[in-house]
Design a protein around this ligand. Sequence first.
Ligand code: PMP
Length: 285
Amino acid sequence: YDDRDGKIWMDDQLVDWRDANVHILTHALHYASSVFEGERLYDGKIFLSRKHSERLLKSGEMMDMPIPYTVDEIEAAKRAVVEANGLTNAYVRVVAWRGAGEDMGVSSARNPVRMAVAAWAWGDYYGDAKMQGAKLDIAKWKRPSPETIPTAAKAAGLYMICTMSKHAAEAKGCSDALFMDYRGYVAEATGANVFFVKDGEVHTPLPDAILNGLTRQTVIGMLKDRGIAVHERHIMPEELEGFEQCWLTGSAAEVTPVGQIGEHTFEVGALTREIAESYEKLVRS
Ligand code: PMP
């Protein structure tokens, strides 16, 4: 991704894609002092753009890493990147991190907080699974307790076990991994929330140790508007075999049907298809 044409917004300036570099003694590279957002631009408009910018600022606050930009400034940076690269449908990545500076120990209080915005074309996150249903492995690692790490922050440190679990899943021919949490409840995938359907009702993990995704919240609203019961609750892994349908939600993943988790198979049913199609319409409306 580093060697291509285009512009990236970095610390208040548009720079050439190839020049958007950081120093090797960047604090974030050593200690994960980094927060980010993944967003999608549809027909020239970023879906829930301000909500993503607000979440970025909140993630920074949770990490004791105040980001030196306002929501309006972040919005302007995103618009500048989209325009400079001539994009109408794209993925947008905003990242803020502690740079190189006064300290190279764990403390970063005297290192500058920096921010960058990049955008590029990115098709379906799970490729063909979008239609056929993704196959998920069950992760060996557990989502940590909110007493261990700020689980509501979209922070780089929370993704270390995501990458490890995704690699293990890919080695088994799966698209992704589903995590249980530190208590053993069904949690989330490595970059998406999970929903299940049984007897016409929907069940999804309580967001008490996972990211309460913006897509998750949108989809819950869509289901409730249709008069469909949504149970946000603790789900045991033993319950997986009783569920009929399953899908993942995320800004990148959108609504992706799941066909299999470990040994359990799910049909890509009518409700899954309806929600996936309605989400697609909503983001472009
Ligand atoms: N959980 C994790 C771990 C994620 O990385 C994401 C993607 N940001 C989500 C859930 C879904 O969040 P959103 O719908 O806000 O993109």
